[in-house]
Design a protein around this ligand. Structure first.
Ligand SMILES: C[S@@+](CC[C@H](N)C(=O)[O-])C[C@H]1O[C@@H](n2cnc3c(N)ncnc32)[C@H](O)[C@@H]1O
Length: 375
């Protein structure tokens, strides 16, 4: 591309799928499975080929993506005056509407332009000059990343992060994000057919995510996205609620959540009802030491994130909880795959199970691993 000719990054463009740090690989696999083209795993996420239509589909169908950025322009900028001049040549009106205010974010890395706020100001000026309002609380976010003097402009087509599917209005203590639950389920080999048990389910994230996958439900079926506020974004039609590949094998409960906290169980049941998966799920109040394998089902997957990260005194009590979990699984769950999500190697080892560590994965600033094995 000529130095002074901002325009589309490439033809056809690039859609960047932001991953949970550490779950780039399952996201790349998911993008391939769901038919995206040009899938390329890179640090922080996955690139796929496409434009607005692919961004819309990615937002709606991908379970493991955190957000979807559509790259719309790329140009060199060695200093602020050049950034200003070249940003004014970008065809903002092709994607942004004159009636929807936008917010601008910028980050500078290894570049002559190093002042994020000054970069925001120049790009915001160019967008305003194109007749599009800019506001701090704009509904659509324009992200400029200046790296090695190359400015890449992307539109955030998601809005709210994608783990907010719109069903889990009850969130217990230290909930897992849906995007992480999906990635861990796949790393456990879940393909929609096995039984899944979470003995410390909290708000039920793992169980709900598994049941939704089994029913072929589309994760974005109940929420709004920022793309609807972009030029052409409203013309994509309503989100289908089920994948056309769904085979209809969803009779009988095979997704189970237990927790010793009654409030968590009531909340998880409510979440399951809102997600439309209650026919496949059972949530019961029960301590981990009373856990039994579900009757009449082949060995499946136990996946859980027990409490961790507690203060020293509390950690002693947690050793007992992890020990009880391990003892219960060893006594009653022969043949089941086990996954324990925790930041604490010592606690994982306290289960007495032979587990390999997969990770780390960033869980809201804490590094956690999936400790994986078979009983
Ligand atoms: C980190 S939270 C799980 C969060 C859950 N994955 C979610 O997304 O909401 C850990 C859960 O373990 C439960 N728990 C702790 N000790 C337990 C025990 N001995 N038996 C059963 N549940 C227990 C807590 O009540 C809490 O809900």
């Amino acid at each position: 591309m000529a130095d002074d000719a901002p325009g589309p990054v490439t033809e056809p463009g690039v859609v960047f799928l932001v991953a949970v740090p550490g779950l780039e690989a399952p996201l790349a696999d998911e993008a391939t499975r769901t038919g995206f083209l040009g899938v390329r795993q890179v640090p922080g996420g996955v690139e796929v080929m496409g434009g607005l239509a692919e961004a819309v589909r990615a937002n709606r169908v991908l379970r493991c993506a955190v957000r979807v950025l559509w790259r719309v322009a790329e140009f060199r900028a060695m200093h602020l005056a050049q950034l200003d001049k070249r940003a004014r040549k970008v065809g903002w009106g092709e994607w942004l509407r004159a009636d929807v205010p936008v917010r601008v974010e910028a980050s500078c890395h290894r570049s002559k332009i190093y002042h994020d706020k000054a970069a925001v100001q120049r790009i915001a000026g160019a967008i305003t000059a194109a007749g599009i309002p800019v506001a701090a609380d704009g509904a659509v976010v324009v992200k400029a990343r200046i790296e090695d003097d190359l400015c890449t402009v992307s539109l955030d087509t998601s809005g709210e992060p994608l783990h907010r599917r719109g069903h889990k209005t009850f969130v217990g203590k230290a909930p897992l994000r849906e995007t992480m639950a999906a990635g861990f389920l796949w790393q456990m080999g879940f393909d929609g057919t096995q039984a899944v048990v979470d003995p410390m389910c909290g708000s039920g994230t793992i169980v709900l995510e598994a049941a939704e996958m089994a029913m072929g439900l589309v994760p974005g079926r109940s929420r709004e996205f920022a793309f609807a506020q972009m030029v052409g974004g409203g013309s994509e039609g309503p989100c289908p609620s089920r994948s056309p590949a769904y085979l209809g094998k969803d009779e009988g409960a095979r997704f189970f959540g237990f927790d010793r906290d009654d409030g968590a169980i009531r909340g998880a049941r409510g979440n399951a009802g809102r997600a439309g998966v209650d026919a496949l799920c059972r949530f019961e109040r029960q301590a981990v030491s009373d856990l039994m394998p579900p009757e009449g089902l082949a060995p499946g997957i136990v996946l859980t994130n027990p409490p961790y990260g507690a203060r020293i005194g509390e950690r002693k009590l947690l050793f007992a909880v992890y020990g009880a979990l391990g003892a219960t699984l060893r006594a009653r769950f022969a043949g089941w795959a086990v996954g324990i999500i925790t930041s604490d190697r010592g606690l994982a080892q306290a289960t007495g199970l032979r587990l390999e560590a997969v990770g780390p994965v960033d869980h809201s600033g804490t590094k956690v691993w999936l400790w994986r094995g078979t009983v």
